[in-house]
Write a protein that binds this ligand. Structure first.
Ligand code: NAD
Ligand code: GLY
Length: 360
């Protein structure tokens, strides 16, 4: 049974693809099967998600010869070794270049599987079936795939777009509250960088969203994916405005690394990082104190932190931020807010104001 289904298209010419969002989509084969090409499918999932949803996906896939690759759960398995395990199983099972590979899980599974699909026999058909809020609104859309290297997170990867993205909001019913809130940070991010009206809508509907009202979730995910699809359509390889999607991320990555991976979830660190970016924007005279309070109120309503951990020092922040991917020729660039719903990437910010934000 399905209720409202919303569909949008990421426009990349002959690599364009649909993003379908709605309740019960894992019971609707008509959205998936047109995108399965060739004779076999490979479903990549993990030990947490597979027991919950893999049978539903098998039912949708139907009569194709299917191979499951079930990986251990965790960011620590987002490695080249894990991608190699996928290749080994595919080669042992004689998967050819016409195989369709499906990622069933959160961003970790989506990133690993996408990179595997990009590389297996120089690229096979790939479908994203994201099951966390973060992966629905961010990682499954836009074609960034990859794995971590011991010397850096997401350092090995490829831009590789899927054939379609199927988002069943029902899968969020089994996601824990903390992960749901972490994903909400990325939803709020779209409002902050591109859509001030969306911020009002989120403030009004946050209770219902956290209670997992399927129609509200569909609307929030649709609006988020629409923003992401528009940004990626204009700047697929991040030559310019795609970097705006990293609001709060430079501070956030420093918090994640400084605290040790896993202690703060990515979305939690981004939430605190977005407040830091907003405070620096206030220091630049672009935001009012009331704007910053509004952002804090919304993040708090989503059960997200609004300040970095007290024990992180300015030096720690500066050291960790200096290895950010947005650093060019040794110059730190930050995403800041020009106004509510408008962001820029700039290296032209007041360093005393930054220091004030880091001191807290
Ligand atoms: P995750 O994939 O680790 O999922 C979080 C946890 O939820 C895991 O334990 C997972 O097994 C579990 N889970 C997933 N779906 C579930 C469900 N429906 N019910 C119950 N449990 C479920 O984390 P994430 O936040 O989805 O993704 C984080 C990853 O995404 C990071 O590796 C990050 O680098 C990457 N990322 C990539 C992009 C991109 O553009 N490619 C963007 C943002 C983040
Ligand atoms: N998560 C940021 C991007 O996809 O560009």
């Amino acid at each position: 049974m399905t209720s409202v289904i919303k569909t949008l298209e990421l426009d990349l010419g002959d690599r364009s693809y649909p993003i379908h969002i709605g309740q019960g989509l894992l019971q609707d084969a008509s959205l998936l099967t047109p995108h399965i090409h060739g004779g076999s499918t490979v479903v990549v999932s993990n030990e947490t998600v597979a027991p919950l949803y893999i049978n539903k996906l098998h039912d949708l896939i139907g009569d194709y010869r299917n191979i499951d690759v079930i990986l251990p759960d965790g960011e620590e398995y987002k490695t080249l070794d894990t991608v190699n395990q996928i290749f080994t199983q595919m080669l042992e099972q004689h998967c050819d270049r016409k195989t369709t590979v499906l990622a069933l899980g959160g961003g970790v599974i989506g990133d690993i599987t996408g990179y595997g699909a990009a590389s297996y026999q120089r690229g096979v058909n790939f479908i994203q079936v994201p099951t966390t809020l973060l992966s629905m609104v961010d990682s499954s859309v836009g074609g960034k795939t990859g794995v971590n290297h011991p010397l850096g997170k997401n350092m090995i990867g490829a831009f590789y777009q899927p054939q379609c993205v199927i988002i069943d909001t029902d899968t969020l019913n089994t996601l824990d509250d903390r992960q749901l809130s972490a994903g909400m940070a990325e939803v709020i991010k779209y409002g902050l960088i591109r859509d001030a009206d969306f911020l009002d809508w989120l403030q009004e509907n946050m209770d219902g969203l956290l209670k997992r009202d399927p129609e509200l979730l569909t609307e929030a995910i649709y609006r988020s994916c629409k923003h992401k699809a528009e940004v990626v359509a204009d700047d697929e390889k991040e030559a310019g405005q795609r970097a705006l999607l990293n609001l709060g991320h430079t501070f956030g990555h420093a918090i994640e690394t400084g605290m040790g991976y896993g202690k703060w979830l990515h979305g939690e660190a981004v939430a605190a990082g977005m407040v830091m970016a907003a405070k620096l924007s206030q220091g630049m005279g672009w935001l009012e104190a009331t704007d910053v309070q509004r952002i804090e109120t919304l993040l708090q309503a989503a059960n997200l932190p609004i300040a970095p951990p007290k024990d992180m020092t300015v030096k720690q922040f500066m050291d960790l931020m200096s290895v950010d991917k947005k650093v060019l020729d040794g110059v730190l660039r930050l995403v800041l807010m020009k106004s509510m719903g408008e962001a820029i990437v700039t290296d032209d910010f007041d360093h005393d104001a930054l220091l004030k934000v880091l001191i807290g």
